[in-house]
Design a protein around this ligand. Structure first.
Ligand SMILES: Cc1cc2nc3c(=O)[nH]c(=O)nc-3n(C[C@H](O)[C@H](O)[C@H](O)COP(=O)(O)OP(=O)(O)OC[C@H]3O[C@@H](n4cnc5c(N)ncnc54)[C@H](O)[C@@H]3O)c2cc1C
Length: 509
């Protein structure tokens, strides 16, 4: 049976879809990129598994539905940001948000997983009972109803940030400002900025996207940053895709591009780690050439940290630099002293006049969907667990979660985690196991953070992150090649994962 036929077969069988039931083999939390990918893997590789996807929101797509600010786009190349099993067949290397959302919705439809999503289902608690080898989920449904669903394996694809609101540092005098203050996470549909003076506070991925997009029609846009970020231009189209696409099948072209981009990313990341000064100088030189002599790149594009201590910002075809060079936008590096009636005053004394101030100040990190997790009556503090193979947590049975790469496309990791999960479930089925639990034993842990970035949103929440070990399988790799070995080819029964049959668990209880 081919993949599309398989998807139809599963879709049309309500028993397999677990459509009306409350008990499932697997429950997936989150209908974003990770949750849809996970569900497609189950349909493709484990068509008999009953599962449902629960999402607190009313729409598919997570991040790609929530964020609606002007210019919203990927900053990863789409050959690696698209799923490995459903290539992104488009010459655009960087895609806009609506196209990504469409791609996710079409993927869900093609594999029949759209029918398995229960929208408006917010999971607030998950408790595991070893005796039954089951998770019971407390779910808050729309209208305030609460319900309970259960599963043998819980897969958290709940993203990494608070959906309700973004991060907003408080500044003095905000209430005095007569214009509008907007956070990109809650972009007002009625916001008109044509002909208006805009200040965007921030210099991360969101700010560098917003500034050129708004500068197209705004009177002027200022990017106000407390400190600079590394910003690198890249072509928005894959020249290779066009060239190869003429004489190679689409799948092969995609595979070549994907591996080219993976290798390039790994190479640049390693180079940044080994020769940070040279990489910094190279990035600065390119930035200076792109913005022209009127802007001092050494002041505005020369961060305090080394390349890849924080995520590098990519700008398609150098659109930000072009807006700066054309004078439609400008960059100011300085500290805000206070908001005023008409804009902002900096500690340097400089005043920035504005009709609209956009606070592109980032996200609030939230792990595991904010779900209260218990194992046999004891609460789990995620911050005191150790991550196993970047997928599971020590002493927490039958639970996996997705956290993508910080230095490459999220999807590269989520695809590998899904592969691993299917292999793990196959292994358990073959041997009649109902429970698998990572046990750390004597393995040493390290103080190194699991997410090796100094970005504000990670630093603000570092106590919530699981720990990592000094050696595999307790290390969190930021390296696709190592993860391929560990997750796609590594032994499932590696001595660190403890397996039990249901009768063993019941006897022990
Ligand atoms: C603006 C922006 C741009 C980005 N661009 C890139 C990029 O170019 N490349 C890249 O690799 N990464 C990028 N990222 C990171 C991005 O979030 C991931 O790539 C990816 O979209 C994450 O998908 P996800 O499904 O894991 O999480 P999300 O997209 O966050 O989806 C999680 C889903 O889980 C649901 N959920 C959460 N908690 C619960 C709960 N308790 N109960 C029920 N449902 C719950 C949410 O409602 C949501 O629908 C970007 C992030 C942002 C914010």
């Amino acid at each position: 049976m081919n993949e599309a036929a398989l998807a139809m077969h599963v879709r049309d069988d309500p028993a397999k879809a677990g459509a009306a039931g409350a008990d499932f083999d697997v429950l997936i939390v989150g209908a974003g990129l990770s949750g849809i990918g996970a569900a497609c893997h189950l349909v493709r590789k484990r068509p008999k598994t009953t599962f449902a996807i629960l999402d607190a929101r009313d729409a598919i797509g997570g991040t790609w539905d929530l964020f609606r600010y002007p210019g919203i786009r990927s900053d990863s190349d789409m050959s690696t940001f698209g799923y490995a099993f459903r290539p992104w067949n488009d010459a655009r290397a960087i895609a806009d948000g609506p196209s990504i959302l469409r791609y996710l919705a079409e993927t869900a439809q093609q594999y029949g997983v759209d029918r398995r999503i229960r929208f408006g289902h917010k999971v607030v608690g998950a408790s595991w009972r070893s005796e039954d080898a089951r998770w019971t989920l407390d779910v808050r449904a729309e209208g305030g109803d609460t319900l309970r669903l259960s599963c043998n394996f819980l897969f958290l694809c709940a993203g990494y940030y608070e959906y309700a609101e973004g991060y907003m540092p408080g500044w003095p005098g905000m209430e005095r400002f007569a214009g509008r203050i907007v956070h990109p996470q809650k972009w007002p549909e009625d916001l008109r900025y044509a002909g208006k003076r805009v200040v965007v506070i921030g210099s991360g991925a969101t700010a560098v996207t917003l500034v050129p997009a708004m500068a197209e029609t705004a009177a002027h846009v200022v990017m106000l940053q407390r400190s600079p970020t590394y910003i690198v231009a890249r072509p928005s189209e894959e020249a290779m895709a066009k060239k190869f696409g003429r004489w190679l099948p689409a799948r092969l072209t995609h595979a070549i591009l994907r591996w080219k981009n993976i290798a390039l990313q790994l190479y640049l990341f390693r180079l940044s780690r080994r020769k940070p000064a040279a990489v910094r100088a190279g990035i600065l030189k390119l930035a200076q050439a792109a913005v022209g002599p009127g802007i001092d790149a050494a002041k505005h594009f020369n961060p305090r940290y080394e390349p890849w201590d924080q995520r590098l910002c990519l700008v398609p075809d150098g659109d930000l630099f072009a807006a700066l060079r054309a004078g439609k936008a400008s960059v100011v590096t300085g500290e805000i002293e206070t908001f005023t009636e008409t804009g902002l005053r900096l500690t340097s004394g400089e005043e920035l006049e504005a009709d609209i101030i956009v606070t592109a100040t980032g996200l609030k990190l939230r792990l595991m969907g904010g779900i209260k997790i218990e194992v046999d009556g004891k609460p789990v503090e995620v911050g005191s667990t150790t991550i196993y193979k970047s997928v599971m947590l020590s002493d927490v049975p039958n639970l996996a979660s997705v956290f993508g790469y910080t230095n490459a496309s999220w999807t590269l990791k989520s695809d590998l985690i899904d592969d691993y999960l299917c292999r793990l479930l196959d292994h358990m089925d073959r041997r009649g196991y109902a429970i698998c639990t990572p046990r750390r034993g004597e393995a040493a842990i390290t103080e190194e953070p699991t997410l090796p970035l100094t970005s504000g949103y990670i630093q603000r929440a570092k106590n919530l992150l699981p720990k990592q070990g000094t050696k595999k399988p307790w290390r969190m790799n930021q390296n696709y090649a190592l993860d391929v070995m560990a997750l796609r080819f590594g032994a499932i029964d590696d001595g660190a994962l403890e397996f039990k049959r249901l009768d063993q668990a019941s006897r022990a209880a």
